[in-house]
Design a protein around this ligand. Structure first.
Ligand code: ZN
Ligand code: ZN
Length: 303
């Protein structure tokens, strides 16, 4: 598909402006808060149930799930698991939600867009009124994980590397990246593990890379290159960026390496309704460019 570059540049500009305003809202109040207050944790922090999320995200697999403009992550945030084609079900109240969208080539942009908005609204309203998942899950990182937690995660993902040789796959590690060291673990394995990948070798000649945050599972022929960043789904929490543009895996490395100038980003609005709303709005916005295709982008360019 040809993409009208002027249009997509304009859309990118609008998206950036909107993201900036949301970031402003998210950071509002940070500078006026004293350090003492900033480190004091508020009592109403809800902790994200990561295991429940992982279980749900696993249901979004082909051929049942073949993609929709609403991402599995958005659906999982509200407790919706994929049960059959175009149909998700709440793991708590067992209500169903239809996720089918009209064919973008057959309906007007407005019709398509309002169907999409409709699904987004139903993420909340399709639950039973008493369902606790109606309000959506809190963000993944309300508080930073500890160095110990991060390294335990890394070690857990490296349990199968014993029978994998160093030269069985290639990766491009950014040259300025300082990786944590673990005895008997090369930088290559450390890099893929810190980026959230489980590596295994179920049979000769092939390696399997899995991410339990986006349920991506990739087989590569031994000796081939593996792109540890871009092989995640674009919505994967492993590659999320915070309000300062730092990805969660980079901040994991910084925590473990105790990098200078590193300050955990405490924000008195974390966990509050406005923070969650702003985070949700930003995610919607992040997804909007790649999921909503405006008619101008699908019209063939005039020659
Ligand atoms: Zn429900
Ligand atoms: Zn992932």
């Amino acid at each position: 598909m040809e993409v009208d570059s002027a249009n997509s540049r304009h859309a990118a500009l609008l998206k950036r402006k909107a993201t900036d305003s949301i970031n402003e809202i998210l950071n509002y109040g940070q500078s006026s808060t004293s350090p003492q207050k900033r480190t004091k944790k508020t009592a109403h922090h809800k902790i994200r149930d990561i295991d429940a999320y992982k279980k749900i995200i696993k249901t979004y697999k082909a051929p049942t799930w073949y993609g929709c403009a609403v991402t599995p992550r958005d659906l999982a945030d509200f407790g919706w698991a994929c049960v059959k084609k175009d149909c998700v079900q709440c793991v708590e109240c067992e209500q169903y939600l239809n996720t089918s969208l009209p064919n973008i080539c057959k309906v007007s942009f407005n019709v398509y867009n309002s169907s999409l908005q409709d699904i987004h609204q139903k993420l909340t309203t399709a639950h039973r009124t008493t369902c606790k998942l109606r309000t959506g899950a809190p963000p993944f990182r309300i508080t930073e994980p500890s160095s110990k937690e991060i390294m335990e995660g890394v070690q857990g993902r490296l349990t199968d590397i014993k029978n994998i040789e160093e030269d069985e796959f290639k990766v491009d590690i950014p040259s300025d990246l300082h990786l944590p060291k673990l005895e008997g673990v090369s930088d290559k394995f450390m890099y893929v593990a810190i980026l959230g990948w489980f590596v295994s070798k179920p049979k000769r000649g092939a390696l399997i890379f899995c991410c339990d945050y986006c349920a991506r599972e990739l087989a590569i022929r031994t000796g081939n290159k593996f792109d540890a960043i871009h092989n995640h789904e674009r919505w994967c929490p492993r590659i999320d960026s915070d309000e300062h543009g730092e990805t969660s895996w980079q901040s994991d490395i910084n925590i473990v390496m105790n990098t200078k100038n590193y300050f955990p980003h405490h924000n008195k609005y974390h966990g509050s309704a406005i923070y969650r709303e702003a985070m949700a709005a930003r995610r919607l916005l992040d997804n909007s460019l790649s999921t909503i295709i405006s008619p101008s982008l699908i019209t063939p360019p005039s020659s």
